[in-house]
Design a protein around this ligand. Structure first.
Ligand SMILES: Cc1cc2nc3c(=O)[nH]c(=O)nc-3n(C[C@H](O)[C@H](O)[C@H](O)COP(=O)(O)OP(=O)(O)OC[C@H]3O[C@@H](n4cnc5c(N)ncnc54)[C@H](O)[C@@H]3O)c2cc1C
Length: 295
């Protein structure tokens, strides 16, 4: 009988140094990193990928952390699971948008195994953490033997299932700055079934001035409506410097919809997803504004 998964050599790493060493010894098309295996195993079972080597980083407990301080903000190690992020008290207190986002990622079983960084590295355009990380101005740390670099969340994915992570590199940490005062952030996704990938999703951050009248900064991330999660920069400009009324928000939503470039699929047409992106920005922006006013 033919095996479901083709043969490979299994290379478990116990330390970050060991993992980077193993990565440096193999060519990009020869190996795959495995963390929780939630996406990788499926791709291997379907023979979409047939790596010769599997470099297992699940044992790197040094990268399993969530740290917060008021100055540097939040740091999420690459081995942090979705479930740990969802349940973290400090995340719920300081970045509730991330706890709320996590409650709707896949199932509890997948969240227990799957890592947040693994989800980003898998680079599905509808990846749930993508838009909120863009709205929160997050950066992702990528390490190789003897080197490290930071990449903005909106630039981390470069195409369908492709990221900035190159041969010999691995993503090691997500960094999120502390939220400025008078800020509110919200995210929602629209999917056909609870826990499914989004047809479209949106995250909006609104920062108000000290009188809580005008918007001094806005960031908008969209998911499922491009080859990667995208930042709707033109829509952000509509909000900045203005009092956010329903009309202003409607205009920002219209522009965000125009900035999206979804493709049609069996579940929905491109036109539908484009319309949906605008609708979500309007709804999410309203809640982000309400949160900023209460902050
Ligand atoms: C049934 C199901 C439903 C799902 N629904 C959703 C959903 O609604 N929303 C959502 O956002 N996600 C969803 N997912 C995706 C899920 O969240 C991811 O599969 C999971 O988080 C990936 O993490 P992992 O640790 O299992 O990564 P793995 O499967 O081990 O790896 C995934 C990919 O990332 C690479 N990789 C992993 N870690 C690193 C690293 N540190 N550096 C560089 N490359 C790395 C691997 O080589 C591989 O290519 C779903 C998955 C399943 C199976």
């Amino acid at each position: 009988m033919k095996a479901i998964i083709t043969d490979f050599e299994y290379l478990p790493a116990k330390t970050v140094e060991e993992a980077l060493d193993l990565l440096s010894q193999h060519k990009d098309d020869e190996y795959k990193i495995i963390a929780g295996g939630q996406s990788l195993n499926t791709a291997m079972k379907h023979r979409l990928i047939t790596p010769q080597y599997i470099i297992d980083i699940k044992g790197l407990s040094d990268l399993d952390y969530i740290r917060f301080d008021e100055k540097d903000g939040l740091k999420i190690g690459a081995l942090t699971t979705h479930r740990s992020l969802e349940k973290s008290p400090v995340v719920r207190e300081k970045y509730s948008v991330l706890s709320e986002m996590e409650e709707n990622v896949a199932s509890v079983e997948t969240r227990n195994w799957g890592t947040v960084v693994g989800d980003l590295c898998n680079a599905d355009p509808a990846v749930d953490p993508g838009p909120p990380l863009i709205a929160l101005d997050a950066k992702i740390k990528i390490a190789s033997k003897g080197d490290e670099r930071m990449v903005d969340a909106e630039e981390f994915a470069v195409d369908f299932f492709e990221t900035k992570v190159q041969a010999g590199e691995m993503a090691t940490e997500i960094q999120i700055p502390a939220l400025p005062p008078n800020s509110g952030v919200y995210f929602t996704k629209y999917s056909q079934l609870h826990g499914d990938y989004a047809l479209a999703s949106a995250a909006v951050l609104v920062t108000l001035d000290s009188e809580k009248e005008k918007c001094v900064n806005a960031r908008i991330g969209l998911g499922g409506v491009g080859n990667t999660p995208i930042r709707a920069k033109k829509a952000e400009e509509i909000l900045k410097g203005k009092k956010i009324t329903d009309d202003v928000l409607a205009e920002a939503a219209r522009v965000a919809s125009e900035e999206s470039s979804p493709i049609s699929g069996i579940e929905a047409s491109a036109e539908y997803k484009k319309e949906l992106a605008g609708t979500l920005v309007k709804r999410v922006g309203k809640e982000a504004l309400a949160r900023a006013q209460k902050a």
